[in-house]
Design a protein around this ligand. Structure first.
Ligand SMILES: O=c1ccn([C@@H]2O[C@H](COP(=O)(O)O)[C@@H](O)[C@H]2O)c(=O)[nH]1
Length: 288
């Protein structure tokens, strides 16, 4: 079956369902708060209940693979169901795996997560460019073949990120910060694809490019004509006002993501669903 390119599906999903993404991150502490055991059974109950509560109401669902891998093959089986059931509920699935390796290994990762015949096939994945952007070529080609999307780490939400992402590349490589170079590569890949290219960036909702946080010299230009995932919304302190401040005119292509901020409200499904609707309303009212 041929699917539309991810960028097109992403734009349509944000227009229909709003700019909020829920992370399905079954932390051990949350399992306990929900009265569940820290076992594969507890994981399954938690993750599927969260998907049922939120996936029909948000544009993107973002399971964090680490929390499923923790339980070995049984956890991966739960992740497969999370992906399938989120997609059945009409959400796009962005699998947060942050993979990246030498090209030949990247090819295998790309097939694992983006080839529709794989049990873990998702609409998009997060990938790490720190073995060199060129090492991601197998992901780019596999995504193109299957209408999938990629989200490349550019300016992450954690405070340690600037050590690497604000390092300045040699003149031969453009003499810009690493984060700015990643955005430039994405801009080139997306070109003028309409309505939006499929190659996205991860940029934390917590960064402060013009607020003297040390990011001021990062020279980040978010006009990549592609999707932007902004994690760190909610629990890590990012707000809708931050999304407006950080992304400016690129904010229309941003999906703001929160995991614990929503999951803490469970297992009450109404409370989780209401939180999604409130976030969507707030993002819509400020981003237009
Ligand atoms: O820069 C990044 C990239 C990814 N993440 C992931 O997002 C969620 C955040 O969870 P919260 O509970 O909303 O803090 C988690 O899966 C991270 O791995 C990120 O936080 N920052």
């Amino acid at each position: 079956m041929t699917v539309a390119p991810f960028g097109q599906r992403f734009a349509a999903s944000l227009a229909a369902r709003g700019q909020f993404c829920v992370g399905i991150d079954p932390h051990a502490a949350l399992l306990s708060d929900w009265g569940l055991d820290d076992t594969a059974e507890g994981l399954e109950k938690f993750a599927l209940a969260a998907v049922e509560a939120v996936a029909p109401y948000c544009s993107v669902v973002k399971p964090q693979s680490a929390f499923y891998e923790r339980f070995g093959s049984r956890g991966i089986a739960v992740l497969e169901r999370v992906i399938a059931e989120s997609r059945a509920a009409g959400a796009l699935v962005l699998l947060d795996v942050k993979r990246g390796d030498i090209g030949s290994t990247s090819q295998a990762y790309a097939e694992a997560y983006l080839d529709p015949s794989s049990p873990l096939a998702s609409d998009a994945v997060t990938i790490s460019p720190y073995l060199g952007f060129g090492s991601l070529t197998p992901f780019v080609e596999t995504a193109r073949s299957h209408g999938a999307g990629l989200f490349v780490l550019a300016a992450t939400s954690n405070k340690e990120g600037p050590e690497v992402q604000e390092a300045v590349t040699a003149e031969d490589f453009g003499g810009r910060t690493v984060g700015a170079a990643m955005l430039e590569h994405l801009r080139e890949l997306n070109g003028d694809t309409q309505p939006l290219g499929s190659f996205g960036a991860v940029v934390g909702a917590t960064i402060a490019p013009s607020a003297g946080s040390g990011r001021g010299d990062a020279g980040l230009d978010f006009a990549i004509n592609g999707p932007i995932l902004a994690p760190g919304y909610g629990e890590q302190g990012g707000t809708t006002a931050d999304v407006v401040r950080i992304f400016g005119s690129a904010a229309a292509n941003v999906v703001a993501s929160s995991s614990r901020g929503v999951l803490r409200l469970g297992p009450d499904a109404h409370a989780m669903r209401d939180a999604v609707q409130r976030a969507n309303d707030e993002l819509r009212s400020l981003l237009g």
